[in-house]
Design a protein around this ligand. Structure first.
Ligand code: MN
Length: 175
């Protein structure tokens, strides 16, 4: 397969996407997904992303999802894996900040550095695999968008697609 390199500093409108889905399954968590080589590489982040650059958030790798899942919201029916409501909490374009490596190579190395262009999440973030257990850590890079006092998880809980909260999504779907 022909591999087009993803130059760092490319125009974000041409670049890959990210999505953060808030998912109230058995445990509430945020699914952080990054478009890499035509699929959504995925991590479950129990506490969600933080804008505080001193905070490291556990990011548990989960299975790849197809690109069209990036706009999914609704309720996964009872009896299915991950049963419960899902909203698209944030989405936007991604810029690879790693010089000389595309996102696939960074993923394989276990160290991804990106700039997010979301409605709620902006600026640099890194995802680093910890050698110990294969889990990753999601961290805000200390830049002009880092802000330890802001917490958009609580101040902007609603979907960027429908405007619904996860509670409204659950009620609407007869939960
Ligand atoms: Mn999930």
């Amino acid at each position: 397969m022909d591999e087009t390199p993803e130059p760092s500093g490319g125009k974000p409108e041409d670049g890959p996407i990210f999505v953060v889905q808030k998912h109230d399954a058995r445990n509430l968590h945020y699914d952080f997904r990054l478009e890499i080589h035509g699929v959504l590489k995925s991590w479950a982040v129990p506490k969600g992303p933080s804008l505080d650059s001193s905070v490291k958030r556990l990011a548990i790798p989960t299975e790849d999802h197809p690109m069209d899942y990036a706009r999914f919201e609704g309720t996964i029916p009872e009896g299915n894996y991950g049963a419960g409501p899902v909203i698209v909490w944030d989405t936007g374009k991604v810029e690879n900040l790693k010089e000389g490596k595309n996102l696939q190579q960074s993923y394989d190395d276990g160290h991804i550095t990106v700039r997010l262009h979301g409605k709620k999440l902006n600026g640099g973030f890194s995802l680093v695999r910890t050698s110990r257990d294969g889990n990753w850590l999601l961290m805000k890079i200390d830049d002009e968008h880092a802000d330890a006092r802001r917490n958009p998880l609580s101040t902007e809980p609603e979907s960027v697609i429908s405007g619904k909260t996860i509670e409204e999504m659950e009620e609407e779907m007869g939960g």
